[in-house]
Design a protein around this ligand. Structure first.
Ligand code: ADP
Ligand code: NA
Length: 327
């Protein structure tokens, strides 16, 4: 049945429309025809937040609710939390044996984060090894394809190199996973930059409708459009950037763009239309979220079952690994 697919997300708290349109929508599609493993990688969160681990558990819960709400389906995919499957750490150690230090030191993401993240000390042994744990996550399930953002290209290449090197030493155990790149790599936030929690420009999946409208209503538009009668340029408007992602009605988009250029419509009208499209997408998602929020036992069961299935697959890979090494 299709491919073995693995993808993970760090538990950063409530997810936003960037996560939804940039990743989850695709994950939901993939689960129909493939064997998917979707994992909340809490050990990865600890690598950057070891000085304050107090929120990791509750963040896992929020992400899990958002995943179920978005349509990840425990009947179709294995959905679980990394730390519930201890084999991730064992394979991480095994892979670290064959990973040259230079590969990790040259990793552009690592260099970038060490230089630019000022509010925490990331110069730990574990943080340097972040891509080794990611390789372990994927290879533990013999992932053949990994839906990732473009920002993960270098990490995925490292996974392939680590798999190759391990196979060279000990035998052909791991596939070299390919990346499945998303069609929407950069969902913009309310300020035109990439939507991100750290920029404070996000619309969360679980935001109340009034909150979403307030965020859209107060968005900047083309600065040249000071008054209602000034013509505007959609290319200079962050509201338009969001229409491009969330408004699937080509004829309506055409007429909004025309209305903007000729000052035939005002920005509020354009924002109301966007709000409508966002809420059409989010309504069923928020309904599912509300259901799971009040059915905690069901959520716990799904997590337990996910971990059980993941553990079986992981145990099998790990026993092959140990045998290949010759322990
Ligand atoms: P991590 O990859 O460490 O879990 P993120 O929370 O940044 O961190 O992203 C999780 C996933 O959501 C990734 O696949 C990422 O590419 C995607 N994603 C996050 N924000 C956006 C965005 N604004 N546009 C498109 N995709 C996004
Ligand atoms: Na499936």
């Amino acid at each position: 049945m299709g491919k073995r697919i693995f993808s993970g997300m760090r538990p950063t708290g409530r997810l936003h429309l960037g996560h939804l349109a940039g990743a989850l929508t695709n994950w939901v599609k993939l689960q129909d025809d493939n064997e998917c493993f979707y994992c909340i990688v809490d050990w990865h969160a600890l690598m950057s937040d070891y000085a304050d681990s107090s929120k990791i558990k509750s963040n896992c819960k929020e992400v899990f609710l958002d995943w179920l709400a978005a349509g990840l389906d425990p009947e179709k995919a294995t959905i679980f939390i990394q730390s519930h499957v201890p084999y991730h750490t064992e394979l991480h150690l095994a892979l670290s044996m064959v990973t040259p230090l230079g590969w990790l030191e040259r990793n552009p993401t690592y260099k970038d984060q060490i230089l630019n993240i000022q509010n925490k000390d990331l110069s730990t042994y574990a943080f340097l090894g972040y891509p080794v744990l990611m390789a372990a996550d994927i290879l533990l399930y013999k992932g053949e394809a990994v839906p990732v953002g473009e920002d993960q290209t270098a990490h995925l290449e490292l996974t392939r190199e680590i798999a190759r090197r391990f196979n060279n030493f000990y035998g052909d155990i791991f596939p070299e996973p390919e990346g499945l790149f998303t069609e929407t790599p950069k969902v913009p936030g309310t300020d035109g930059r990439k939507m991100s929690k750290s920029y404070g420009n996000s619309i969360d999946i679980a935001d109340e409708p009034e909150v979403i409208w307030e965020k859209l209503r107060t968005m900047m538009t083309d600065p040249a459009r000071e008054r209602r009668k000034d013509p505007g340029d959609p290319a200079k408007c962050p509201v338009w950037d969001l229409h491009k992602v969330f408004n699937k009605n080509a004829a309506e988009k055409e007429s909004l763009a025309e209305g903007c250029r000729t000052a035939g419509i005002g920005c509020v009208e354009c924002k109301k239309s966007l709000y409508g499209h966002v809420m059409t997408l989010l309504e069923p998602i928020q309904q599912r979220r509300a259901y799971y929020e009040t059915h905690g036992d069901e959520v716990t069961d799904i997590l337990r079952e996910g971990a059980k299935v993941a553990k079986e697959v992981a145990a099998k890979t790990m026993s092959e690994v140990v045998e290949a090494i010759g322990f």
